[in-house]
Ligand binder design. Structure first.
Ligand code: CTP
Length: 402
């Protein structure tokens, strides 16, 4: 996702400095070429060698380093950057940059760069709420600097409150968003993800193997591309994507209610969820005890949420652009195109869930995309993040004519 991107990671002196190591790992794993600048205080918390080893690049600590100045220098480092991230960013560094002070390697390089700058602040809650800090942040935001706000929690200083560095995954997503073209700006996209659970009694349920990974990848990518995203999620153990409105549901009926409550505000609906087709006719209020040698559960059909959306036509405005998924184990193209037609969809993503590298609970997928106009296109084996990008490319291309 970040191949060929040059990122400068500025690390300041704070106990959260160790979390910048995890952020560095996420960035390099995504293909970014990361150059780390550490302030003097940061080196009190983590050794530069750690960052050097993990980034495979020399760590910059001194403004007037003869070798570094000859080879790269703070100006050329600033010029070459696609993105500048400062994590953790202290009140001190934010104060300095907001007031034009450039007296070390980090502040000088920030001052000289034309790349977007993303701050992830971390500090004591009273420092964070101090009007001087707030004014500095406000000034930088006004000037176009980006911020990933700290979260609430117990702080290393013993205080409880806002000031804890955002999770490395959240900062990583903000970095991705900063580097992504906003071709979905102004669009609202509703995405469903994960399985639904249909309860039998207070301790048992019927569900399926969906992990939610495909829907979450779509939500993250659509957010990065500028869309307002409403993610309606069945039960999953995935990390929640930042910047996305998440509505958690359990059963198919709850998912249907949530979808119908939001559909009128959406330009696109992508139904990646694996909705249970049936639910138990009755839910026992107490645990069912074992008695006979066999048991039968009477099931009743759940509403088909996607087909319901396909049938929507209020005559006032066009229904949203509808994207369905078809999870198949055989006759992939035939079954998928049948669903496309019967549910009145604009596009369907068909995948063969019987393959080990596609479908449920894996990080990769291979899919065939079918469209309303009869055309189709294959997407070979790729990560679910890459497939999310391809699906959204097709949505963007067709949305203009919808
Ligand atoms: N879907 C839905 N509501 C349901 C069942 C499915 O909205 N009650 C949606 C899924 O989210 C998916 C598409 O319909 O986008 C196809 O789901 P899939 O499980 O592949 O097919 P079904 O329509 O359920 O048909 P079958 O189980 O017979 O293959």
């Amino acid at each position: 996702m970040l191949r060929n991107k040059k990122i400068i990671l500025g690390v300041c002196g704070g106990i959260a400095a160790y979390k910048a190591i995890e952020l560095l790992r996420l960035l390099t794993k995504s293909g970014a070429d990361v150059h780390v600048i550490m302030t003097r205080a940061a080196q009190e918390f983590v050794a530069p060698l750690t960052f050097q080893t993990l980034s495979s690049n020399p760590v910059h600590t001194e403004l007037f380093n003869l070798i570094a100045e000859r080879e790269i220098g703070h100006i050329s480092l600033a010029d070459r950057a696609d993105l500048f991230i400062i994590a953790p960013a202290t009140a001190n560094i934010i104060g300095k940059i907001a007031n034009g002070i450039a007296d070390d390697m980090l502040t000088t390089t920030v001052m000289a760069t034309k790349a977007p700058v993303l701050f992830a602040p971390a500090m004591n809650v009273n420092m964070f709420t101090n009007p001087i800090y707030q004014e500095n942040e406000e000034k930088l935001r006004r000037l176009g600097y980006l911020f990933e706000a700290p979260v609430c929690g117990s702080l290393a200083c013993g205080w409880q409150g806002e000031g804890k560095l955002a999770a490395p995954e959240t900062i990583f997503e903000a970095a991705l968003a900063a580097l992504t073209e906003k071709d979905l700006a102004g669009r609202t996209i509703l995405i469903t993800a994960g399985p639904t659970r249909e309860e039998i009694d207070p301790v048992r349920y019927i569900s399926n193997h969906s992990s939610g990974k495909m829907g979450y990848a779509l939500a993250r990518t659509a957010h990065c591309r500028g869309a307002k995203v409403i993610l309606i999620s069945g039960p999953t153990s995935l990390i929640k994507p930042g910047g996305v409105d998440i509505i958690e549901v359990t059963s198919a009926l709850e998912m249907q209610n949530a979808v119908m409550a939001h559909v009128s505000e959406c330009h696109v609906v992508i139904k990646a969820a694996a909705v249970a087709d049936y639910r138990p006719l009755t839910r026992n209020l107490t645990k069912i005890k074992k008695s006979a040698d066999s048991a039968t559960i009477e099931m009743i059909k759940n509403p088909d949420i996607l087909a319901g959306l396909g049938a929507l036509d209020n005559g006032l405005k066009p229904r949203p652009f509808l994207v369905g998924f078809a999870a198949e184990t055989d006759a992939l193209a035939e079954n998928a195109t049948k669903k496309l037609k019967e549910k009145n969809l604009d596009m369907i993503v068909a995948n063969d869930v019987s393959q080990a590298d596609a479908g449920f609970n894996v990080d990769t997928n291979r899919a065939l995309l079918f469209f309303k106009d009869g055309s189709s296109t294959p997407c070979g084996l790729m990560s679910k993040d890459q497939l999310a990008g391809s699906i959204l490319d097709h949505v963007v291309a067709r949305l203009a004519q919808h």
